[in-house]
Ligand binder design. Structure first.
Ligand SMILES: [Zn+2]
Ligand SMILES: [Zn+2]
Ligand SMILES: [Zn+2]
Length: 290
């Protein structure tokens, strides 16, 4: 049993009532962190990187869906105003994180600093799932997360973010930009390709271009001269292999021809660069999850 006087509600009634969608801020990420729980506070540098050397140990004093009060073991004042709080979940032991903007600090003793503030700012943005997934960015015409890869890698190195395979994409082999694809000629890459239509006369087995079978208002076989052929019972249509109208290539199949939207390179789709897109995952603190 959990001692009720020590347990803070995840979403106190006034907060739950403020939800515009009528839903209470339930904790979907496991049991709610409790006051008195030990935590790790990692300062966030202005570029979003973790200031791992200056990480602090502390104790959670108070927490709800909007913010937290934390007591830190710190002889010095905080050099930054953004913290990523890391709390081991009392249920499964898994670390859960929240990003806090420090709005106020109070020195309690030579080693004790109390800080409080809302969840939000750069530290919170760093942990949001939508910022950790690689997305197509119109500016570089390429896939990238919302934060520089080098910044997210630093959080992964200290174990707070976990790299995950988000997707695989085909890219331009020259500039790694995004290509478009179309079916085209494997020889010259052109799209002016056509296929001839043939007629196959069943009885004599002759196959010829449709035009060679066309008589006056009737279909006549040019080989055996049989007249008034009926589609289905006497003959069938056949589609010939694709033929390039530009370079006169003909073959069994067209190929996906790629053109880079950034540098304009046109290349066979089979030469596209297959690249893994890495995203990152973090377990967010219960009141913020979902
Ligand atoms: Zn061609
Ligand atoms: Zn015939
Ligand atoms: Zn390119």
């Amino acid at each position: 049993m959990i001692e009720s006087q020590e347990t803070l509600p995840c979403a106190p009634a006034p907060l739950a009532r403020t939800q515009s969608n009528g839903k209470a801020t339930e904790d979907r990420g496991g049991p709610c962190p409790r006051s008195g729980q030990r935590l790790l506070a990692v300062p966030v540098l202005p570029d979003g990187s973790p200031d791992w050397e200056h990480r602090l140990i502390g104790v959670l004093q108070n927490l709800n869906a909007k913010g937290a009060v934390v007591e830190l073991d710190s002889p010095a004042d905080l050099p930054v105003t953004e913290l990523v709080l890391v709390l081991p979940d009392p249920g499964d032991g898994m670390a859960r994180c929240a990003g806090m903007e420090v709005r106020a600090a109070l020195r309690l003793g030579p080693e004790r600093l109390e800080v409080w503030g809302p969840f939000g700012g750069l530290a919170d943005a760093l942990l949001r799932p939508e910022n950790l997934a690689p997305r197509f960015r119109p500016e570089p015409l390429a896939f990238a997360p919302a934060f520089p890869e080098s910044v997210l890698q630093k959080w992964a190195e200290v174990g707070i973010l976990r790299p995950v395979l988000a997707d695989r994409v085909l890219l331009c082999p020259r500039c790694h930009g995004l290509p478009s694809f179309r079916p085209g000629c494997p020889n010259c890459g052109g799209v002016h390709v056509a296929s001839d239509q043939f007629i196959h006369h069943f009885t004599c087995a002759h196959v010829g271009l449709v035009e060679s079978f066309l008589g006056q208002e009737e279909v006549i076989c040019p080989k055996c001269r049989t007249r008034r052929l009926v589609v289905g019972s006497d003959y069938e249509y056949l589609t010939g292999p694709p033929r390039c109208l530009e370079c006169h290539w003909t073959g069994a199949e067209l190929e996906h021809v790629a053109q880079c939207l950034r540098c304009g390179l046109r290349f066979p789709g089979s030469q596209a660069l297959l690249q893994d897109l890495t995203g990152y995952h973090v377990e967010r603190l219960a009141p913020l999850a979902g």
